[in-house]
Write a protein that binds this ligand. Structure first.
Ligand SMILES: *Cc1c(COP(=O)(O)O)cnc(C)c1O
Length: 497
């Protein structure tokens, strides 16, 4: 299995190379040149496997330059019972025809752990395989959850350093505390004055600065990415789509071969793209529902084929989806444009220079046959959390609520009201306790100490506060710097080593 850039660099690379580098030399993203196929029998056979075994089964299709032994070792180190509990990814039935796939039982209480607990192990192997002698510097732009999950994954991993940039006013109290208290000899965390797109742009600029790369290589450093532009972030996410399907089979909610919907609260388009990849591998998927908050650029795109980032940026109660430039869409564009990299490069150049591009009709038709886009405003998000709690006693976090409401909107349409659908739940409600509590109690809530709200939410719902989150209350704040978005590069240079 080999990988190629979405923008036309003709080099074919191994998965170890793609994972080590993160981004292709021409600024494109690495994509597989083919998709391995699973038969229904092979999918059914996953019923008997543990989550860890399912992961190895899927990973080995793509990471053919890793031995099965290596993959098993990586997976077993990542998805331990200590970190993820007995069942890492439970599928909870909530109401008629709907399952909620809880992806947040990892150490940082967000779905990002599913990939970021595994990525460091894949990367260490990749370094060996590619003969990489440089220290790998992981640069991360985060809208809140990636940062902590990457820090947790890479802290004290030998041969690596990690630097995280988050919008200093754009993350929840708990998210900020999770990052600023991070321990580890190789970690640095910075707030920036700006939003996630500013952070992501800064990181991409640093990646594509060839002169900087050369001078750092001379000093023994090479950059890589823990954002979902890295192939090593995407491939672990394919696993849980198969796992969810198999769990629905086990629960007798569906029959083998029955196509189902997945509903994905979307920001950078990584999670939902993994679902598309699962479908390309033979998973019976009807529609992929792309749910957005008020930053509804993807809904507009799926409906019109026009991607227009020249619009107001909203800070919402689902901050991990407050994104206007969804990096992984580039991969989808590549697949729906018959792998025409020059087309993709053209779209990306237009996005850069004019802030807008429009895909051709054939590509749009393909996208619309696979995806449905819906967006959900702030009021609807909170209303949904309150209503689902009342009706089902189930607590949705703000991001998952956006997905739930998007599914309701899809089901209002006549075409497909009854298909079994799985909502991907991407964060623990405790991470956004203020919004969740105010939605459930239908009143404004505030507290000087955000941990008081965790306790209130626990008392109200009977759910247990994730222990690592509770422990943050007494953890010392170690990272206080806030830098201008323009100064990210200087900050990186000044803090290496
Ligand atoms: C990152 C994140 C998302 C968006 O996922 P993408 O892969 O960026 O589309 C949704 N919800 C939560 C809680 C997240 O942390």
């Amino acid at each position: 299995m080999v990988f190629v850039s979405t923008r036309g660099d003709a080099d074919l690379v191994t998965s170890a190379y793609a994972i080590n580098r993160g981004l292709a030399n021409d600024g494109g993203l690495f994509v597989p040149t083919e998709f391995p196929q699973f038969t229904l029998e092979e999918i059914a056979a996953m019923k008997k496997m543990s989550y860890q075994e399912r992961a190895v089964f899927v990973l080995k299709q793509f990471l053919t330059d890793y031995t099965e032994e290596e993959l098993r070792d990586c997976v077993n180190k990542a998805y331990t019972e200590e970190k993820f509990g007995k069942n890492p990814v439970p599928l909870v039935q909530v109401g008629k025809n709907t399952g909620v796939l809880e992806l947040w039982h990892g150490p940082t209480s967000a779905f990002k752990d599913m990939a970021l607990q595994l990525l460091p192990h894949l990367l260490l192997n990749a370094k060996k395989k590619t003969g990489e002698l440089h220290k790998v510097v992981i640069l991360v732009a985060t809208s809140g959850d990636t940062g902590k999950a990457a820090l947790e994954g890479f802290a004290d991993v030998p041969g690596t350093e990690i630097m995280v940039f988050y919008p200093s006013e754009g993350v929840s109290d708990i998210q900020k505390r999770q990052m600023t208290t991070q321990v580890g000899d190789n970690v640095k965390v910075f707030g920036i004055e700006g939003n996630f797109d500013d952070a992501q742009r800064g990181v991409k600029e640093i990646f594509s600065n060839k002169i900087l790369a050369k001078s750092l290589a001379d000093k023994g450093f090479v950059f890589s990415s823990a954002n979902s532009i890295n192939w090593g972030r995407l491939v672990p996410q394919i696993v849980y789509y198969f796992s969810a399907y198999v769990e629905a089979l086990e629960a007798k909610k569906i029959k083998l071969g029955e196509a189902i919907n997945f509903v994905v609260p979307t920001g950078n388009f990584g999670d939902i793209l993994a679902g598309y990849y699962a479908k390309l591998m033979g998973l019976p998927v009807n529609r992929l529902l792309c749910a957005s908050n008020s930053n509804n650029i993807l809904t507009d795109f799926i409906n019109t084929g026009v991607y227009d980032k020249r619009r107001e940026f909203f800070k919402t109660v689902s901050p991990s989806m407050d994104i206007l430039v969804s990096s992984n869409l580039e991969r989808l564009l590549y697949h729906v444009s018959n792998e025409d990299a020059s087309k993709v490069a053209g779209y990306m150049a237009k996005l850069n220079s004019e802030g807008i591009y429009e895909v051709d009709r054939a590509a749009l038709a393909k996208i619309r046959s696979e995806f449905f886009g819906a967006w959900v405003d702030e009021f609807e998000t909170k209303e949904t959390i309150g209503r689902i709690y009342k009706e089902h006693g189930y607590v949705l976090d703000t991001h998952t609520a956006v997905a739930w409401r998007a599914l309701e909107k899809y089901r209002y349409l006549p075409d497909d009201p009854d298909t079994y659908s799985i909502v991907l739940s991407t964060a623990s409600p405790f991470k956004f306790a203020d919004s969740v509590l105010s939605a459930i109690e239908e009143r404004e809530v505030s507290a000087d100490n955000p941990f008081d709200l965790l306790r209130e939410l626990k008392e109200k719902t009977g759910m247990a506060i994730p222990s690592r989150m509770a422990a943050l209350e007494d953890a010392p704040v170690l990272h206080k710097s806030v830098v201008e978005a323009k100064k990210m590069e200087l900050t990186v240079i000044g803090n290496l080593g």
